[in-house]
Design a protein around this ligand. Structure first.
Ligand code: F6R
Length: 261
């Protein structure tokens, strides 16, 4: 079962996650970090940037792989995930841009670009820590309900509800792309440690399904239950539908802080 850490706030969860990743970078300067976009990890990246500065960590060897990218946005679009990752991850964490990878949503052949992305992850030795958010419909990456739990990086169509949820980032809802390239659930499951962040009441149904519901392609986040090393960091609002919340709290309270996740 996933380790579930319920925190008083999103900020506390983000700081815990940043502490964990900062220690991992200190121990393994060539760490391969899987990075998510969206609102959820933004605080985590800010905390991590602060920790890197305070601890004087050398991040020049760290490699990063984004989960997903829209297909067809112009190169200079500020909401392309390439631009978002550059703004929120590469620059603040001081990563070498040559070490930061985002699926190529503008490739003439996005299907070939998707296959090449899986090969690039393999060539880097696989992802050590994968940061995940979860969609209200239970998606991870852009693996919408119905996605195969063994899927590889590929071209997908965004669910109408995901396009609606992401319309907040675009001037016009019609501008939200219809297609994306996303790491598959099988790809995500190959990361050595999954660190899933979930904040706010609107994630509570998806989170409860992912952590405690049946494993099903209807709720792609439930695939985390098939992984041997998963940490879920949730604020009280996102955790409100977890039936085993007290057990998670007790387990976390008993764990020596130095042990980490
Ligand atoms: C983003 C991603 C998505 C988001 C999810 C939640 O790279 O893969 O699965 O994590 O849509 O988005 P937010 O955090 O904006 O609620």
């Amino acid at each position: 079962m996933a380790e579930v850490v319920i925190t008083r706030s999103a900020d506390e969860a983000s700081a815990l996650a940043a502490d964990h990743v900062a220690r991992a970078i200190a121990a393994q300067p060539r760490l391969v970090l899987g990075v998510a976009t969206g609102s959820t990890p933004e605080r985590f990246y800010r905390h991590l940037a602060r920790r890197i500065a305070e601890d004087g960590l050398d991040t020049s060897g760290v490699r990063a792989f984004a989960l997903d990218e829209y297909v067809g946005l112009p190169a200079d679009h500020p909401e392309s995930y390439a631009a978002v990752i550059e703004r929120t991850v590469t620059t603040p964490l001081g990563l070498d841009p040559a070490h930061v990878h985002v699926p190529d949503g503008r490739a003439a052949d996005p299907f070939a670009a998707a296959a090449a992305y899986d090969r690039a992850i393999d060539e880097a030795g696989g992802v050590d820590i994968q940061i995940l958010g979860i969609g209200r419909n239970g998606h991870i990456g852009f693996n919408e309900p119905g996605s195969s739990l063994g899927s590889r990086t590929r071209v997908k169509t965004l669910a109408a509800s995901t396009r609606e949820a992401n319309a907040r980032f675009f001037a016009d809802p019609a501008d939200v792309p219809v297609h994306c390239i996303t790491q598959g659930i099988g790809t995500i499951r190959e990361a050595r440690h999954l660190l899933l962040l979930a904040f706010g009441a609107d994630k509570s149904t998806a989170l409860a399904g992912a952590v405690e519901g049946p494993v099903s392609a209807s709720l792609p986040g439930s695939a985390i239950q098939l992984h041997a090393h998963v940490t879920v960091l949730a604020d009280e609002d996102a955790a409100q539908q977890l039936t085993l919340a007290d057990a998670y709290r007790e387990a976390w309270a008993l764990k020596p802080a130095a042990q980490g996740f």
